[in-house]
Design a protein around this ligand. Structure first.
Ligand SMILES: [Zn+2]
Length: 196
């Protein structure tokens, strides 16, 4: 085997970047004009068991309730209605439960999501931003996490951007897999085939 065929890629996405990127990609599904948050739950075997983003509850049009942040009456804002990413990730999980799992989430959870995370048995929260650190909701969330033994830490990405390029599947050089030679004594050039 040649060196090219034997050497694995060393610029692949590592698990933490992968999970946080899935959370951020999921956030792009959100229709909230002011805040797009995604969450990704994975189990101790590095398998994703739930993904979610903030949005209106299922069963009715996204256009029937307000998306605004401020109004004289709180009922005219999005806040009483929107389901947060953490809630949706937990409710969408494809496993029996989320006990012992970790959650990657773009924004530090609010107190309501902290309750859900604790009750779901999630043991670790990895967040990207803590921009509402001083708020009552976030303060209450931290307090409950500490009391319940849920650890939390800020994510430090290795890259500031991960680009998804749909054209890359056609433009990058294919990895080559060398076919076995027909005969060990053959002098004809060895053929290569794309690794599919
Ligand atoms: Zn929340």
């Amino acid at each position: 085997m040649s060196d090219i065929a034997c050497k694995k890629r060393d610029d692949y996405l590592e698990w933490p970047e992968y999970f946080m990127a899935v959370a951020f990609l999921s956030a792009q599904r959100s229709k909230d004009p002011s805040s797009q948050v995604g969450a990704c739950i994975e189990n101790p075997e590095n398998k994703i068991v739930g993904i979610g983003y903030n949005g209106m509850p299922n069963g009715y049009s996204d256009d029937l309730l307000p998306w605004r942040r401020t109004a004289e009456n709180k009922m005219d804002t999005k806040y009483p209605y929107v389901c947060h990413a953490e809630l949706n990730a937990i409710m969408n999980k494809n496993s029996a439960d989320a006990k012992g799992c970790s959650m990657y989430v773009a924004l530090f959870p609010c107190n309501e999501c902290a309750k859900l995370i604790i009750q779901a048995g999630i043991k670790e929260v990895i967040f990207m931003s803590d921009k509402y650190h001083e708020s009552e909701e976030t303060t209450a969330a931290r307090l409950m996490f500490k009391l319940a033994g849920v650890t939390f830490r800020k994510f430090t990405p290795k890259y500031s951007k991960i680009v998804i390029d749909f054209d890359s599947i056609n433009s990058r050089p294919c990895q080559k897999l060398k076919r076995k030679s027909v005969s060990s004594t053959s002098l004809s050039p060895q053929k290569t085939a794309p690794l599919l």
